[in-house]
Ligand binder design. Structure first.
Ligand code: ACO
Length: 331
């Protein structure tokens, strides 16, 4: 038996933040942001909006596309590195919001930019080892409350954004479809190259002024180091996942890389020898939504008819930790 994606969904905040809006708040420019990152606009929450609501909307869409009711789920795996509260994580809140009375497991997973791929690997293992038939997998992130939106924070504030994506995973006996393999890694030697020292995403910097003044509350990144490692690790990991499935890059119909930076995606595409139409990018419209980039992209591809049953899709991500990984599946 293999795990297949039964439905996809996504949700982003209504508020659109364009590069020119950022240029009004810090010393930056539309030209700098586009040329360095590819980003044109992104979505940020308004004060008071919560990440869980995005996760709930994405989950309901995915369930609807799968033709399932929340009560038919056997588990939830919720990936976010920016939960609304320090604890508990967003998983049980989503279970409650979806009105699921059964005491199904609601698993929280962090893993930052690689969160969705790791969440998928957990759900896939649960499905294949039995006892679980339908699992909701969510990737959701609120980065806008963890960034210094002034010139001092421009290095990260122009890149990161808010959003959610979800899939419903189910078991199938169809030999032509489903998840084929994963490749997963971590290397804690680089933990502080992309990190936030402070607490959960609902806590505003005004509530933690001393730490905020020292910059310990904000997302901090060594961008060059992240770039240098990401462009090596992502293609390496795609190849490893393909090899586990007995395949090579020739088999790839569509690569969906984590949307970290357009230049990173282009470098990964080039390294894997793929053409433009074989690589999906939407960072131009969403920015980097961390654990949400891949499920948002998957949902866009599914709705746009970019994927036919049996197409070989490669997902790959790299992020804070550093942690990284890939998944190859037949749609
Ligand atoms: N607007 C204008 N100027 C800026 C901004 C900004 N938002 N941010 C930095 N600058 C300035 C710098 O201060 C520097 O000025 P200086 O030359 O006077 O010192 C200049 O622009 C160039 O800075 P660099 O660090 O050389 O810029 P670079 O071309 O390396 O681009 C970037 C920076 C985009 C962060 C790049 O290093 C990168 O893409 N790194 C990968 C990290 C990444 O993508 N992270 C997000 C994903 S993380 C993840 O998801 C895994």
């Amino acid at each position: 038996m293999r795990s297949i994606i039964l439905g996809t969904g996504r949700a982003v905040p209504a508020r659109v933040v364009r590069n020119d809006d950022l240029a009004e708040r810090m010393e930056t420019s539309d030209e700098w942001i586009r040329s360095r990152t590819g980003i044109e606009e992104r979505h940020w929450i308004e004060p008071g909006e919560r990440g869980l609501e995005l996760g709930r909307r994405a989950a309901l869409e995915a369930l609807d596309r799968a033709g399932l009711a929340p009560a038919e789920l056997d588990a939830i795996v919720y990936a976010t590195s920016t939960p609304d509260h320090f604890l508990p994580g967003n998983g049980v809140y989503l279970q409650r919001e979806l009105g699921i009375d059964a005491t199904i497991p609601a698993i929280d997973l962090r893993m930052q930019c690689a969160g969705f791929i790791y969440a998928l690997s957990v759900a896939d293992a649960y499905l294949r080892t039995g006892g679980f038939r339908r699992i909701l997998v969510v990737g959701q992130e609120i980065q806008s409350t963890r960034m210094d939106v002034s010139t001092a924070g421009r290095y990260t504030a122009v890149i990161f954004a808010d959003g959610a994506g979800a899939v419903v995973l189910g078991g199938s006996d169809d030999p032509e479809r489903g998840i084929l393999a994963f490749d997963l890694h971590g290397d804690g030697r680089h933990a502080e190259k992309l990190w936030v020292e402070g607490p959960g995403s609902l806590v505003r910097p005004e509530q933690w002024p001393a730490q905020a003044a020292e910059g310990r509350y904000w997302l901090q990144m060594d961008g060059r180091e992240v770039f240098r490692h990401a462009v090596v690790r992502m293609p390496e990991s795609v190849r490893a996942a393909l090899a586990r499935a007995g395949l090579t890059t020739e088999a790839i119909k569509l690569l969906i890389p984590h949307q970290a930076n357009l230049r990173i995606s282009e470098a990964v595409q080039k390294e894997l020898g793929l053409r433009d139409e074989q690589t999906y990018n939407n960072i131009q419209r969403y920015g980097n939504t961390t654990a949400a980039t891949i499920p948002i992209a998957l949902d866009e591809c599914a709705r746009a008819g970019r994927l036919a049953p049996g197409d070989l899709v490669a997902l790959t991500a790299f992020g804070s930790g550093f942690v990284w990984g890939s998944c190859v599946l037949r749609w």
